[in-house]
Design a protein around this ligand. Structure first.
Ligand code: ZN
Length: 275
């Protein structure tokens, strides 16, 4: 599957176009012969639903993909229902999950940028790029991206994992936090770790990145080594943190998240080799 982003919709809406329709982070799916599908234009017309905030996302193997918001729970066909996008990990191909994520992020951005932040006038879609334009004062808003760092901290043959108060499911993960204006990513890594668990780190190195469009994060992952200090949790955001070896890991985040990729990376480290 190859997805090519494109904000411009083709002039004629194709009956086989895919529709990523969301209601507060829940995606409309169709179940057919026990398989989960993304509805197409014909499905949307048969359901007689009228999505709002419609945007063209791009083309998946040449097929148009649209996003739209919905505010109904009831569908005339019982094979259609709303599912939390994250609950669909593993049930839909990864490519479709990430397109659904883009849809979620762009719908959320459209819903929260209906009016100009500068003068209050209603905005319109800009003709030549993915942006909202204020026709009165010409102020332009691009889709919002909130960068956040995420860090695997290693000490001897152990990794620091913490339980965050906001996690709905009680799992342990690597530390993460949003970048503040004026900060480098490395500054953010140092500050977040100090604030959340009271330790300092060294040898911060880049690991990888991943969009996390729930609703608009970009995760930038690092690994670092423990430098000094004992773990002392902040007690507000972090409710538990400890060092774990790969043989006694607690419940960890699901596949597909970069948090899990960091933990998987730690698990395959060969500590018997000199570095
Ligand atoms: Zn304005």
């Amino acid at each position: 599957m190859l997805f090519k982003p494109d904000f411009k919709a083709p002039p004629n809406r194709d009956g086989s176009a895919l529709w990523f329709i969301l209601d507060n982070g829940r995606l409309l799916t169709k179940t057919n012969a026990d398989r989960i599908h993304i509805p197409d234009t014909a499905d949307v017309e048969a359901l007689r639903i009228a999505p709002s905030y419609v945007v063209h996302l791009g083309f998946l193997d040449g097929q148009s993909c649209y996003a739209g918001a919905l505010d109904t729970e009831s569908f005339s066909d019982a094979n259609f229902k709303l599912n939390n996008v994250r609950a669909l990990f593993g049930l839909l191909p990864d490519e479709l999950i990430w397109i659904a994520g883009r849809a979620n992020q762009l719908i959320y951005w459209s819903q929260t940028h209906r009016y100009c932040g500068k003068c209050g006038h209603e905005t319109v879609d800009k003709a030549d790029e993915r942006a909202k334009l204020c026709p009165r004062c010409q102020h332009v808003n691009y889709p919002r991206l909130s960068p956040a760092v995420i860090v695997a901290i290693i000490k001897d043959n152990q990794i620091l994992l913490a339980r965050n108060r906001s996690f709905k499911i009680p799992f342990y993960s690597v530390l993460a936090g949003f970048v503040e204006p004026g900060e480098s990513l490395e500054d953010c890594v140092n500050r977040e770790i100090k604030e959340e668990v009271g330790i300092t780190v060294k040898n911060i190195r880049y690991f990888g990145s991943q969009p996390w469009p729930f609703p608009d994060s970009l995760m930038i992952a690092f690994v670092a080594d423990h430098a000094a200090g004992e773990v002392a949790i902040d007690g507000s955001e972090i409710i538990d943190a400890a060092w774990f070896s790969k043989d006694n890991l607690p419940k960890i985040p699901p596949r597909l998240s970069i948090a899990r990729k960091l933990i998987d990376w730690f698990c395959q480290l060969d500590r018997s080799r000199p570095e």
